[in-house]
Design a protein around this ligand. Sequence first.
Ligand SMILES: *[C@@H]1O[C@H](CO)[C@@H](O)[C@H](O)[C@H]1NC(C)=O
Ligand SMILES: *[C@@H]1O[C@H](CO)[C@@H](O)[C@H](O)[C@H]1NC(C)=O
Length: 373
Amino acid sequence: MEMRFRSFLRKCHTRVMDSERQIQRLIILMVVLGAVFYIYCFYYARLRWEVNDWNERPAKKIDDLYGTDPELKAVHERMVSEAGQLSSEITIITAYYNLGKLNKGKKFGLGGYTPERYKSWMSVFGRIDNPLIVFTDSQEIVDIFTQSRSHFSRERTIIVPLNRTNLWAFSLAPKIKEIFSQTGYPSYDPNTVNENYSCVMHAKFELVNKVIREKMFHTKYISWLDIGLYRGVVDEKHIFPIRLPPDFDQDKIAYSGQHKFDSSLSPYQIIVEDRTWVGGAMFLGRPEVMFVYTQDYMNAVKKLLSENMMSTDQQVIYIMFQPNFPIQPRVEIQTYTTHSTDDWFYLGYAIKETWDVHLRKAVSILKFLHTIL
Ligand SMILES: *[C@@H]1O[C@H](CO)[C@@H](O)[C@H](O)[C@H]1NC(C)=O
Ligand SMILES: *[C@@H]1O[C@H](CO)[C@@H](O)[C@H](O)[C@H]1NC(C)=O
């Protein structure tokens, strides 16, 4: 009897000890999780407190170029003479050329960017209330954009069928392919592997240049937008305009800032290490400034090709802003960033956010915390 009672007591005791141990473990777990969360918050808060000293660089003036560049002069004269008629909106330019499945955005070796994914991202363009110019060589894409833009007035959408074989950018494919197949050349797929991917990145600048030169726009500002930029909001339903970002410098080109600018890198180092400074998916500016910028970009591409180097637009831009690169850009870039090193699309979302804020009735506590982080 006594024996049984003792063993009963012992059992109770061990049970108490077990639950105590469990509580202790729980406390330790919560302390650890709390600490991890605190470090995470502190890290990102610290990044956001960093000063963006890049933007302190003074804008470069392009007025002196009007005398030497008749095409630029024509653009400028048009902007001056039509100043009264041109709307203060931003003309959005985009394009879609099917390159098949790309080895991009994969998780655990699965996924990749398929034409189907690009098509799902396109739906957002049906909600962007801006003048839009789309270039493509696919009738299916023409139909998709015609359908999704049908609720806007007709003149707000221009769809231009344009075969890739007629583009300067795609004419570079054999040369780029040759460069990528040099022995020992880095192989970041698709950046330094798929020549067509490199070509379509250069096409952005060629097409923006074409739009300006051929007077295809009737606004005071112009912006390039990748099909995938607003992928984060494909599930939303409301229409929104793309307007100028806050504190926009009229004499610069706006970009999302991805990493801090390092002025000590060689062109090859930028390619070998696949380095980035700005996110290439969106850029925005006044037509004259954009015209000069696209010229400089295309000249930088030619220069790099002549030295048997190539990657995507993000590397070309980083390279041409290096102080020692022979083709020096004649206009400056203004970066928009939170310094989180994940700001690929920040410019686009920051612009959209300023519009969405007034739509929101109540700001949730989560959003509030997000803004102070
Ligand atoms: C583009 O042009 C090439 C060569 O002229 C032709 O083979 C191809 O079918 C064209 N592509 C489209 C989509 O029209
Ligand atoms: C690039 O495009 C050309 C022409 O369409 C094609 O023959 C080639 O296989 C493509 N290259 C890659 C890497 O997909």
